[in-house]
Design a protein around this ligand. Structure first.
Ligand code: COA
Length: 259
């Protein structure tokens, strides 16, 4: 169905694989547009409980935006490319269902920015993270100057952004960039599935509202504390809240319906 991606719904988990192995899964414009469509299905398809995004093969998650494609861009084309990337990556960050990056191999530039837009990053030991844009005389255009600071703090973020140093999976974990590091890609996949299935057993409305409130912390227009107060009260109007509290009192497992 897609030229640059593989998207498969297996038992409610959407497995998205960036499928440009010969180009180290570099993100071209067509691929990003396909990703936009796939992300929209996660919002709209009730059978999907979460998504795992990875790169085809063992060598790369994604080695960045496709350099060959934007090498001759004008200023306005650069602005349009960056804006459309932001739009897609924001829709991943705001996705109401868990969206996990399984980071295998090179996770550079736009690839690292894509992984950072996901809710969590589960890495295999061969993963390498970095923002090498400065080597090309350009700055990151898909959010790294903001999300890397959010995730690891200004001091280390600015060091990685200015030096273009690549770091190992374990260094990324020590910095808080990777949530977990597993020995192999298969182990990392199992971890992603385990996390999504665990979250799927919780109240889906609460899951979605937590994502919204956490994002509000980084918003310049919203007050995260005020949002939390409102959403806490609003959750009490839901059937899921009644079911969750009743199940607790009745000492049984809650059956949430997302209503
Ligand atoms: N954009 C476009 N093509 C890319 C790419 C990118 N970001 N990263 C890798 N490729 C392509 C290479 O051009 C090469 O294609 P070819 O076989 O048609 O020549 C293929 O993927 C394999 O890459 P290669 O460089 O030969 O692999 P390597 O193992 O020697 O090096 C890297 C791996 C990741 C160190 C190297 O590919 C690299 O530095 N990539 C660019 C990283 C980057 O600057 N990303 C930020 C972009 S804004």
């Amino acid at each position: 169905m897609y030229k640059n991606l593989i998207a498969e719904n297996k038992e409610g988990i959407l497995y998205i694989t960036i499928n440009r192995e010969d180009k180290l899964n570099a993100l071209n414009i067509e691929l990003l547009q396909e990703l936009k469509q796939v992300v929209a299905t996660i919002y709209s398809d009730a059978s999907i409980k979460g998504a795992i995004l990875t790169g085809k093969g063992a060598k790369a998650f994604a080695a960045g935006a496709d350099i060959a494609e934007f090498a001759k861009f004008s200023e306005s084309e650069g602005v349009a490319l960056s804006a459309s990337g932001h739009d897609i990556f924001n829709s991943i960050e705001r996705c109401p269902k868990p969206f996990i990056a399984l980071v295998n191999g090179f996770c550079l530039g736009g690839g690292c920015e894509l992984a950072m837009a996901c809710h969590m990053r589960i890495a295999s030991e061969n993963a390498k993270f970095g923002q090498p844009e400065v080597n090309l005389g350009i700055i990151p255009g898909y959010g790294a100057t903001q999300r890397l600071v959010q995730l690891i703090g200004k001091a280390k973020a600015i060091e990685l952004l200015l030096t273009a140093d690549m770091i190992s999976a374990n260094e990324a974990k020590d910095l808080g960039l990777a949530n977990h590091v597993l020995p192999t890609i298969e182990d990392a996949m199992k971890k992603c599935e385990e996390i999504i299935n665990k979250i799927a057993s919780k109240g889906p409305i609460a899951v979605a509202k937590i994502i919204e409130c956490v994002d509000a912390h980084f918003s310049k227009t919203e007050n995260g504390f005020e949002k939390e107060i409102k959403m806490f009260g609003w959750c009490m109007t839901t059937e899921d809240f009644k079911e969750g509290t009743t199940a607790f009192v009745e000492k049984r497992k809650a059956i949430f319906t997302g209503k």
